[in-house]
Structures are given as structure tokens and as C-alpha cells.
Design a protein around this ligand. Structure first.
Ligand SMILES: Nc1ncnc2c1ncn2[C@@H]1O[C@H](COP(=O)(O)OP(=O)(O)OP(=O)(O)O)[C@@H](O)[C@H]1O
Length: 259
């Protein structure tokens, strides 16, 4: 669990459109890396290349390299479905499987991967995942009720439980709190800080305070110029990015002068 990602010279295309150019960065295990930047600069696009979800868009592709420890995620014999199992994703809007129970939502990935798992082992893993997602106490008496009956914040923690049930190495989060109220947001932020003990976490956020509260490292993306692709401007310790960034565009962005 908790592997390092090493991205080098990554160019990301939607068909002929070069959306993001020349990204290189190292993402350390057992840390939270926040990706910030104005709308349209390619943060979500970049995030989706880290588990090969980008290529689910027809004709979308990348050039460059993404290494997870010693493994080239875009190597010739690598199965993208396996990559997505090892690099989990949590989305902006909580998306539990609506007709499935709370239990089955968490067990869904486990069932796909381990068809012969004993019921008692499955029960144990579902409980452990829900506990890790700080949701167990709230749902233990309604495991058989639909996941869609939970509150928005609970649904998002259910999605996090589902993502960690398969014991991924990396967890990607694309604005996981943007649909949540401040109290649910606080619960998810606390959870992210706890989860970094076991996982490598990369989160896209528009919320500067959130990036400062929960991340160790922050990467600032921006468009090179109007009509040009997005690019990584700088990446550094979060305290440095927010107090003494190396680039004036970063300073303007984090101090709210644009974006
Ligand atoms: N499915 C797609 N097909 C074609 N172009 C796309 C697709 N998704 C995104 N793009 C383009 O890629 C560029 C980067 O978009 P992306 O959504 O990654 O930016 P972002 O920084 O995450 O924005 P936001 O903060 O608004 O979510 C934009 O020019 C966008 O229009």
C-alpha cells in the first residue's frame, strides 16, 4: 500500500487537442498532494491520467511516463482495469450505486476481484472499510438499506469506503467536497488526513483553505497563455506555495488576484 508516483514529461490529448503539456512531478507516498489552479487548466484531466481513466474518453491519449514505484502504468502489457483497482478514485458528486445496499456498495469491488471470498471475510472487510471511512457507527444498523438513502456527506464517505475496500495503493479525489456542506466537508477533510497514514492521496480542489488544511504538497496548474495548453507551474511544500511561492502567477492565484 501507499506507492510513489513519478510523472515525467506528460502530454495529455483529447483527440488532436493538447489539453495539458509537459507535466513532471513526484507524488510521495503517505502524503496528501493538492492540485490547484483556475478552471480549465487541466487539473481533472491530469488526475484521470494517474489511473488511466482519461483514455475512457474516445480518442483521448497521453504521451510521456507515469511510474508507480517500479511499474510503468502505460507499459505495453499493463491492464488499465488493474491500474484502476490499484489507483482508486472518488468523484465530485457522491455516486453510490443507487439500488444497492450500503453493504453491497462497499462490497461491490471486492466481489468483482475476489469472487470466492467467504461471507465472514467479506463482512469483516466491509466493516473495516466503513470504520476507516468514519461511517461505521452511522450505518451499522442499516447495512441492508439503499446507499442512496444516506445524506450527501455520508454518501461521499460511503464512496470512500468503497474505494478503500479493495485496498488501493493510491487514492485520487476530484473535488470530493464541492457538493457538501461545511460540516460534511470537515468530516471528509479529517478522514483524508487520517487516510494518508496508509495511502498516497492526490486531491483536486478549488478551495485554497482546504488545500492548506489537508495537504503536504501543492501543485499549481495554469494555462500557459490563452489558447495554450495547461501546465504545471510549480509544485512545492504547501506552506511554501501559500507563503512564499517561486512564481508570480502562483502568488497571484493563491492570494485571490485571479482565477
Ligand atoms: N471529454 C473532453 N473532451 C474534450 N476536451 C475536454 C474534455 N474534458 C476536458 N476537456 C478540455 O480539457 C481542458 C482541461 O479541462 P479540465 O476539466 O481538466 O480542467 P480543470 O482544471 O479540471 O477545470 P475545472 O477546475 O473547471 O474542473 C479544457 O480545455 C477542457 O475543455
Amino acid at each position: 500500500m501507499a506507492k510513489r508516483l513519478d510523472v515525467s514529461d506528460l502530454d495529455i490529448y483529447y483527440d488532436k487537442f493538447l489539453a495539458v503539456q509537459g507535466v513532471s512531478m513526484t507524488i510521495e507516498p503517505r502524503s496528501v498532494t493538492a492540485l490547484i489552479g483556475p478552471s480549465g487548466c487541466g487539473k481533472s484531466t491530469f488526475l484521470r491520467t494517474l489511473n488511466r481513466m482519461h483514455e475512457l474518453v474516445p480518442n483521448a491519449r497521453v504521451e510521456g511516463k507515469v511510474m508507480m514505484d517500479e511499474e510503468d502504468l502505460y507499459g505495453p502489457n499493463v491492464d488499465p482495469v488493474r491500474v484502476r483497482r490499484h489507483v482508486g478514485m472518488v468523484f465530485q458528486r457522491p455516486n453510490p450505486f443507487p439500488t444497492m445496499s450500503v453493504y453491497d456498495n462497499v462490497a461491490a469491488g471486492l466481489k468483482l476481484n475476489n469472487k470466492r471470498m467467504k461471507r465472514s471475510d467479506m463482512d469483516e472487510l466491509v466493516e473495516r472499510s466503513l470504520r476507516s471511512a468514519n461511517l461505521w457507527d452511522e450505518v451499522k444498523d442499516r447495512l441492508n438499506r439503499p446507499g442512496s438513502g444516506l445524506s450527501g456527506g455520508q454518501q461521499q464517505r460511503l464512496c470512500i469506503a468503497r474505494a478503500i475496500a479493495v485496498q488501493p495503493d493510491v487514492l485520487l479525489m476530484d473535488e470530493p467536497c464541492s457538493a457538501l456542506d461545511p460540516i460534511s466537508t470537515g468530516a471528509i477533510e479529517d478522514l483524508i488526513v487520517e487516510l494518508k497514514r496508509d495511502y498516497t492521496i492526490v486531491i483536486v480542489t478549488h478551495n485554497m483553505q482546504q488545500a492548506q488544511r489537508i495537504s503536504d504538497t501543492t501543485g499549481f496548474f495554469n494555462l500557459k497563455a490563452i489558447g495554450e495548453p495547461g501546465a504545471l507551474v510549480e509544485i512545492d511544500a504547501t506552506t511554501k506555495i501559500f507563503t512564499n511561492p517561486g512564481n508570480t502567477a502562483t502568488e497571484d492565484y493563491v492570494s485571490g488576484r485571479f482565477g
